[in-house]
Ligand binder design. Structure first.
Ligand code: ASP
Ligand code: MG
Length: 405
């Protein structure tokens, strides 16, 4: 019998009525003859509300207690979904992360799954029951309850699908799938029927958001993941290991990230060890650096520019100022009004002309490109934030994405 792991997001479980509808959907899947394990997120904004509540008690809640508190959100929704199924005449049982055998590290708030011992899940499935698992949680060797990070019910679902060797993992949410661009920015954006894990990692912000760690895990274990709407019968987007067809549009989508800040270190002495001197302290401070550009040096002086997430900008600027002073650079500048616009698709690097078409389309529209970076599956331009949406629309049109990929 086929085994399917499903995951229902918090917005699909926000009230009693929605919980009943989710239970109906699970029952319908069960009736197609497969075994179902359904992972639930906490109802609506429960997790945010619990965090606020904790902060009303103390400004710095103990991490262990915080995780025990937050884990209750998904326990509530799971028990309610199981109750709804039982009341509809279906046999269902809900399990916490501990009962489901999800072992983790002790990093409270961001624990990593070290292994899954799904004995109990298997036993319940063998007895013909549908198993509902509380998402986003596990337990340590010491039997302490941990949580896996915000949005990590996706991770629970993919990890369970891998451990149970499920036929597939279905992520049900409040949008219909992954789109060629954010439909709020590009009204003619179309839903992508299927996509590779690597492309999905780059496009994760378009339409359905999936937690990136869950996509990485799905790629490692080759778990096919369907992202679809919880209550609509539309086909969704299938994320899987696919061999890209030569004939299809190599650009799958246009992504945009507004959370970009840039720092430039001016007049840096051009000698070995300088880049390390700048980037090591940033790494130690947990600031992740994205695009790096170093100019050709003139009279043994060079400029080094790089982007980081805008939220890290204030502390990074402070750090870089003191580094610049220490290495004898002329100064530092920073700007926050930037955005990152990318075309994404497997194979664009091996096909000529994609970079040229990107730059031509932006130039014709008068969009200035500040920095450029590429990967095997992506061409990224850093542009002014106020031009970002226009740039997305232009590139979407330039690569004919409105006609489907
Ligand atoms: N309830 C948790 C959160 O809001 C986990 C999840 O929804 O996946 O982050
Ligand atoms: Mg949630």
């Amino acid at each position: 019998m086929a085994t399917v792991v499903q995951k229902y997001g918090g917005s699909s479980l926000a009230d009693a009525d929605k919980i009943k509808r989710v239970a109906e959907r699970i029952a319908a899947s069960r009736q197609t003859g497969c075994q179902v394990v359904a992972v639930c997120s906490a109802m609506g904004d429960t997790t945010d509300d619990l965090i606020k509540l904790a902060h009303q008690i103390t400004p710095r809640p103990d991490p262990r207690e915080m995780d025990l508190l937050l884990s209750t959100g998904e326990v509530v929704s799971s028990a309610l979904v199981a109750m709804a199924l039982n009341s509809m005449g279906h046999q269902a049982v809900s399990l916490t992360g501990v009962q489901a055998g999800i072992q983790t590290t002790t990093l409270f708030g961001k624990a990593q799954i070290t292994g899954i011992e799904p004995k109990r899940i298997r036993k319940e499935l063998a007895e013909g029951k549908t198993v509902i698992v509380a998402g986003f949680q596990g337990f340590t060797e010491e039997n302490d309850v941990t949580t896996l990070g915000r949005g990590a019910s996706d991770l629970t679902a993919v990890a369970l699908a891998a451990a149970l060797k499920a036929d597939r993992c279905e992520i049900y949410t409040d949008v219909e799938g992954i789109y060629t661009a954010d439909p709020r920015v590009v009204p003619e954006a179309v839903k992508i029927p299927d996509i590779s894990y690597e492309e999905m990692l780059e496009l994760a912000m378009l339409g359905a958001k999936m937690q990136p760690r869950s996509i990485e895990l799905a790629a490692i274990y080759e778990v096919p993941v369907l992202v679809a709407h919880s209550f609509k019968d539309s086909p969704g987007t299938l994320i899987h290991r696919e061999a890209p067809m030569e004939t299809r549009n190599k650009v799958r989508g246009v992504a945009c990230d507004l959370n970009v800040g840039k720092i430039t270190v001016l007049g840096v002495p051009d000698r070995p060890g300088i880049a390390a001197a700048i980037f090591e302290p940033l790494a130690q401070a947990g600031v992740s650096v994205d695009v790096i550009v170093q100019n050709a040096s003139v009279e043994k002086l060079t400029d080094v520019s790089f982007t980081i997430s805008r939220t890290d900008l204030p502390r990074a600027v402070e750090l870089v100022r003191s580094i610049a002073h220490a290495i004898g650079a002329k100064g530092t500048t920073s700007s926050s009004g930037l955005a990152k616009v990318s075309i994404v698709g497997a194979g664009i690097q091996n096909a000529p002309g994609y970079a040229a078409r990107t730059f031509r389309a932006l130039a014709d529209a008068g969009v200035n490109i500040e920095m450029i970076t590429t990967s095997e599956i992506r061409i990224t331009c850093i542009v002014a934030e106020e031009k970002a949406k226009e740039a997305v629309r232009i590139l979407h049109r330039a690569f004919g994405l409105e006609s489907g990929s």
